[in-house]
Every structure is written in structure tokens, then in C-alpha cells.
Design a protein around this ligand. Structure first.
Ligand code: ZN
Length: 409
């Protein structure tokens, strides 16, 4: 009897030890992606109170929120401020939106927006603003000098040495302004690329920076490109430049940008109006910009309007030689007058919040045959040359890149 009890006691102790071990070991195991999801959702809020929606093809955040019975003025308010943090043109089918509502479903309390597995945009919604927090999951970044020879297309050759498609495309766009690939690219042409490669859970993901590109060929000649990173986020100036700091993108023929930093807050098309809170057509693109930011003519033309005009506030309209009209609205100041000839890149006004507007931003419109059309039809590509100050910065950045290249010699 005593022996039996001892065995039982021994078993209980063994089981306790086993449980203790499991308990200690488990937290040190790397959680899987789904476990991370569960952990995040589990923080303070019961899991079942989050509404999880996935953006469908041709879908929008408006639609996802409306579907859940949230009143339109609340959707208008939240989506409008959302655009301050997320460039809405990056919203894609498959992106995930998580919502936590008040019990009466009249207000949004919290939002989480997930576009790529490594990054979560978390929002706390207060009655008058959104509080934004970015949560970046650990990404491994490795800077590498990749070397290769052309075999087949440049796109394939770059992929073969390990570059993601997005970086390859950036390099091709830049090199195409220097080299006529159809005529002069030859098998065995040599290329080198210094770039960041980003990995998440062992997989190559896009978003790595390209610092340096060299291309050498018998017919193509020798070409070098260096990255310049402008200090302001989303600057149109950030990209690849020649060794002298000259732009390599097709500058002459292309249409320019209306702002130096491009962040779309509200797209062209049907949206819930930020002022009236009902579905309405948005006849242009709203770009995020601070009060007083310079706005530029995107192409040569003649000013046909330069005054205050109702809901548009202070607006400038320019007629271009091809008949298209561009519009810059809600300006705080107008820098041109009617009849004046303007050239691409010329300052036409300063960003403001005049007319029907809820805060400083640039409304940019495009009119064809009397009808507002989507300004993304313009395919803006051209940027200006770097200024003297920016050039100095470029040469410092270039020296750092050259130093880094030395480490691989
Ligand atoms: Zn607008």
C-alpha cells in the first residue's frame, strides 16, 4: 500500500516537472505568423470583438466600413484622417482592415491596417483625431554587391543574381534613359548592383534600397548610377542619379509633379465626402501637404484662372498646348495671373485650406473637353535637377557609397 502511494506521488512529481519544463521552454520558441496575429489581437481586447475585413478587387475602405453599418459622417472623418498616414494609392485588394467599434456601432474605436506581413498600421480613434502607431516586425536587411552578365533580358539577369522585381524595375527604368537596349545590349555585358536585400521569415521581400548600379558593354558603353536620398519623406527627388548628380529619368518630355513630395490622401472617384459625409464624386486628387508648401505647374501652358472661386477657394487653372487643363485648388496664395505663360516646374501658388476644405492640402484636377478626368492619366515622371545644396548632399552620399564599394574589392 505504501509502495503504491509512493509510485503515485513519484508520478505526480514527474508530471509537475514535465509541465514546468514545457511552460519554461514554450515562450522561447519562435511564434509562427498566425501565433503573432493571435497574440496581437489578444492584447487587452477580446479577440471576437474585432471585425476583420479584406479589401476585395475594386473595393475600398469606405465600402468595408459602410458594410458594417458605420454612419457615413464617421466613415468620412476617419478615412479622411487615415489618408494623412497612409498613401491611399497603396491600398490593394488583399490588404486587411481590422475594426473595433463602440457597442452601438456608431463610432470606430480602433483600427489596424495590414498591407504586408512585416508592417502593421495601428490607429486609436479619438473624437477629434487619429493616433497612429507603426508596428514593424523584424526584417533582416543585408547589403550586397551583386555581379552578373547579361543573359537574355536585363530583368531576368537581375533576378538571377538575387534582386527582387521591384528593385530590378527601378534599375531598368534608370538605365533605359542611358542605353538603347534593343540595339546595344550584348550577351556578356557586365553589371554590378549594390543593394539592400530584405528578408522576412527567410523570404526575400521588396522594399530594399538600390545604392549603386554599373553597366559595361562593348556597344552600350560604361554607365554608373548612384542613389540620392532626399531628407523629406516620399520626395520625388529620391532615386538614381548619374555620377555628376544629373537626373537620369526622362525629364524632357515627361509631365512634372505638382509637389516635391507626393502622398495621395484622397483619390479621384466616388468617395464619402469629408465635409458633407455622403457619397460624392471627387473630381481630382488630394495630396498631403503642409500650409505654404510650393505647388508647381506640371507642364508648360497659359494661366486661364487665378482667383478665389467658391468651394475651390483660391485656384489656378492652366491650359496646356494639348488642350488639357490642370487645376490647383484650396491655395493659401496665388503666384501667377490670368494670361501669364508658365513653364513646367514653375511655382503657381502655395498650399492652403481655402474654400470647401477641412485642412491644408492640394486638390489637383485635370480637365479634358470640359470634363474632369483622373489626373493619374498624366503619368508624372519628370523632376527638376538637384539644387546646389542638394548636389552637395548628393556628393556626400555618393562618397559613402564609394567607401562601401571599396569593402567589396
Ligand atoms: Zn479634392
Amino acid at each position: 500500500m505504501f509502495t503504491g502511494r509512493n509510485i503515485l506521488l513519484g508520478l505526480v512529481i514527474l508530471i509537475l516537472i514535465a509541465f514546468t519544463f514545457l511552460g519554461v521552454i514554450n515562450p522561447h520558441r519562435k511564434p509562427s505568423k498566425s501565433q503573432i496575429d493571435t497574440l496581437l489581437v489578444a492584447q487587452a481586447i477580446p479577440k471576437d470583438e474585432w471585425i476583420v475585413e479584406v479589401v476585395p478587387p475594386n473595393g475600398s475602405l469606405y465600402g468595408l466600413m459602410e458594410k458594417n453599418g458605420i454612419p457615413l459622417p464617421e466613415i468620412a472623418r476617419v478615412t479622411f484622417q487615415f489618408g494623412d498616414f497612409i498613401d491611399v494609392t497603396t491600398i490593394q485588394p488583399g490588404d486587411t482592415l481590422k475594426l473595433k467599434l463602440t457597442d452601438d456601432k456608431q463610432r470606430i474605436m480602433k483600427m489596424s491596417f495590414i498591407q504586408e506581413p512585416t508592417l502593421r498600421h495601428l490607429f486609436t480613434v479619438t473624437p477629434d483625431s487619429l493616433i497612429y502607431k507603426e508596428e514593424q516586425l523584424p526584417v533582416k536587411t543585408v547589403t550586397k554587391l551583386l555581379k552578373g552578365n547579361l543573359s537574355g533580358t536585363l530583368s531576368n539577369s537581375l533576378k538571377e543574381v538575387g534582386l527582387p522585381l521591384q528593385s530590378a524595375q527601378q534599375i531598368i527604368n534608370a538605365l533605359e534613359t542611358k542605353i538603347n537596349f534593343r540595339r546595344n545590349a550584348k550577351t556578356e555585358d557586365e553589371f554590378q548592383v549594390l543593394a539592400d536585400l530584405r528578408y522576412f521569415e527567410g523570404k526575400l521581400i521588396p522594399g530594399g534600397k538600390v545604392y549603386y548600379v554599373s553597366y559595361k558593354g562593348k556597344s552600350a558603353g560604361s554607365h554608373e548610377l548612384f542613389r540620392y536620398e532626399d531628407p523629406s519623406p516620399k520626395s520625388v527627388l529620391t532615386g538614381l542619379y548619374g555620377p555628376d548628380g544629373k537626373i537620369v529619368r526622362s525629364s524632357g518630355s515627361g509631365v512634372g509633379f505638382p509637389l516635391a513630395s507626393m502622398h495621395v490622401r484622397s483619390k479621384f472617384g466616388r468617395r464619402i465626402d469629408p465635409v458633407y459625409g455622403g457619397w460624392a464624386m471627387h473630381q481630382g486628387i488630394d495630396y498631403k501637404a503642409a500650409m505654404g508648401t510650393k505647388t508647381y505647374a506640371v507642364a508648360d501652358g497659359t494661366v486661364i484662372a487665378a482667383s478665389y472661386s467658391g468651394g475651390w477657394g483660391n485656384q489656378v487653372r492652366i491650359r496646356h498646348p494639348n488642350g488639357l487643363i490642370t487645376q490647383h485648388a484650396h491655395l493659401s496664395a496665388i503666384k501667377v495671373r490670368v494670361g501669364q505663360k508658365v513653364s513646367k516646374g514653375q511655382v503657381v501658388g502655395l498650399v492652403g485650406s481655402t474654400g470647401k476644405s477641412t485642412g491644408p492640402h492640394l486638390h489637383f484636377g485635370l480637365m479634358k473637353n470640359g470634363v474632369w478626368i483622373n489626373p493619374t492619366n498624366l503619368n508624372m515622371v519628370a523632376t527638376r535637377e538637384l539644387t546646389v545644396i542638394e548636389l552637395k548632399d548628393f556628393h556626400q552620399q555618393k562618397q559613402k557609397i564609394l567607401d562601401k564599394l571599396q569593402q567589396y574589392k
